[in-house]
Structure formats: structure tokens, C-alpha cells
Design a binder for this molecule. Sequence first.
Ligand SMILES: [Zn+2]
Length: 149
Amino acid sequence: MICEMCGKEAASTHRIEVEGSVLRVCESCRHFGTLLDPLIAPAAPAPMARSPGRAGTSGPPPTGRRRTEERDVFTEIPEMELAADWGRRIRQAREARNWTPEELGKRLNEKKSLVLKLESGSFRPPDSTIRKVETLLRIRLRAEPAPAT
Ligand SMILES: [Zn+2]
């Protein structure tokens, strides 16, 4: 295999991301980007702040999609499929109205701490709360149904 960075023949290559594009590079070139192969742990400490500015923001981190197995904790079983960024949608809608988390909590009849948990995506509320939030903020938190083919 040929390293796409230095052009040398390499016994094995690694996939790295450099400024948004994926390259297959040799062992000695892999530290020029972010290693994508999840199986290989980077030997050297991650070279942070190598590129000026934050070019490689590839979407939000995959949080909030954790399916809880302890379903009997809730009296109501959550059935709605939420959008991946539902927490962020709440925060953006709240900020668009210039409401503090406290104020949103008051309108939802919930605590401020719950609002913050919702916005960080760390707490998946029961569907009744989802409906309340959607109605109050006039947003949709549910995932769009898959388009028919
Ligand atoms: Zn190389």
C-alpha cells in the first residue's frame, strides 16, 4: 500500500482525517491527522492544536441516543423516537425566546435542573414531557419518519 501523505510504500496504512478529508497513510504519517481506525490506539499523545482553527467539527457527539434498559423506572414507557439532537433543539428554542433554564422549567412545571439535563441530552424525559416541551416551544423533538422509497 502507498501512503497518501508521503508516497512511500507502507506495510500497513492507517486511515486518518486531515482537514475534513480521509487519507490512508503510513505509520510515520498518521500523526498528521486524526486517526479514524478505531482498533489502533494512537501511540503518541494526541497532537492537539495542530491545525489553526477548528476545521474538523463533524457534527454533534452521539449522545442522547442511549436506550435505557431500566424501563420499569418510568411508569410511562417512552415510545417516541427522538431526533439525535433533541437536547440542542430545546436549548436553541429556549434561547430564541430569551428564557433562562429556570423560566422554561417554571413553564413546564419542572425544575431548572431537569431543564439542564434535557438540554444536555443526558435525561430522556417521558413522552408526556416531550409533548409539553414541543407544544410550549413550538418545536419538534421527534425524529422525522424515514422517507418512503
Ligand atoms: Zn507516509
